[in-house]
Design a protein around this ligand. Structure first.
Ligand code: HEC
Length: 196
C-alpha cells in the first residue's frame, strides 16, 4: 500500500510539475484526499473541516519529517513557508465531509415514531389511534408486507405524521423501485419468450 501510494505521489508530482496556480497544484492533493474534502481512499484522511492552523502544522511537520509518511514527506519537501500557509487556507475552505452512512437510520426513525406515539397508559385504557397504527404497521413489516405498513401509517396526522414522514418516503421509494423492477422483469420475460 505504501509503495503504491509513493509511486502514485511521484506520478502526481510529475504530472503537476508544470501546473502553476495553487488551485492547480491542489488537484494533485485532491487525487488522494478527495475532490470535495472527503477522502475515498482507505487510510487517507479527509481534509474537509480541518482548520487552517492544524493543516499548516501537519504540512510543516511533513516537510521537516517530524511527521513521517513518505508520500506526504516527498510532496511537502519542496514547499516554501508560503506554500504551507496557502495550502492550509485552501484546505480550510473545503466543505466538511458528510457523516458516515447510517445503517440504522430507518430503525432510529422508527424508534422516534414509536416514542412519540407510545403514551403511558393506565391499565385497561385503549390504544391511541397513532399507537394502533404503528402497532399494525409493525405487524405488517414483520410479515414482510411493506405496502401494508405504508397504508396504515399514511393516515397519521400531527407530530406522529411528521415523525413517520421520512420513513414513509423511504418505504415508498423502495416500493416504487420494486414495482419498476417487477415491470422490467415482466418485459424481459416477454422478450426472451419472443426470441425463442
Ligand atoms: C499519494 C496520496 C497523497 C497525496 C497526493 C497527498 N496526500 Fe496528503 N496525505 C496522504 C495520506 C495517506 C495522509 C496520512 C498520512 C499519515 O498517516 O501521516 C496524508 C496526510 C495529509 C495531511 C494531514 C491530515 C491529518 O488529518 O492530519 C494534510 C494536511 C495533507 N495530507 C495535505 C496534503 C496536501 C496539501 C497535498 C497536496 C499538496 C497532499 N496532502 C497530497 C496522502 C496524500
Amino acid at each position: 500500500m505504501r509503495k503504491t501510494l509513493t509511486a502514485l505521489a511521484f506520478a502526481l508530482i510529475a504530472a503537476s510539475a508544470s501546473a502553476e496556480t495553487l488551485e492547480e497544484r491542489f488537484v494533485t492533493c485532491q487525487g488522494c484526499h478527495g475532490e470535495k474534502g472527503q477522502s475515498e481512499i482507505e487510510n487517507t484522511p479527509s481534509l474537509g473541516g480541518q482548520q487552517a492552523p492544524y493543516a499548516l502544522i501537519q504540512l510543516f511537520m511533513y516537510r521537516e519529517k517530524l511527521r513521517s509518511f513518505e508520500p506526504m514527506n516527498e510532496i511537502a519537501k519542496s514547499f516554501t513557508d508560503n506554500d504551507l500557509s496557502k495550502f492550509s487556507d485552501l484546505i480550510a475552505k473545503l466543505p466538511k465531509p458528510a457523516p458516515p452512512a447510517d445503517a440504522d437510520w430507518s430503525e432510529r426513525a422508527w424508534a422516534r415514531l414509536r416514542g412519540l406515539v407510545t403514551i403511558r397508559r393506565v391499565d385497561g385504557a385503549g390504544q391511541s389511534a397513532p399507537e394502533a397504527a404503528v402497532n399494525a404497521a409493525e405487524r405488517s413489516l414483520t410479515a414482510g408486507d411493506l405496502a401494508g405498513a405504508v397504508s396504515v401509517l399514511d393516515p397519521l396526522t400531527g407530530p406522529p405524521a411528521e415523525a413517520a414522514r421520512p420513513w414513509l418516503q423511504m418505504a415508498r421509494q423502495r416500493l416504487a423501485v420494486e414495482a419498476a423492477l417487477h415491470q422490467v422483469e415482466g418485459l424481459l420475460v416477454v422478450r426472451l419468450g419472443a426470441a425463442r
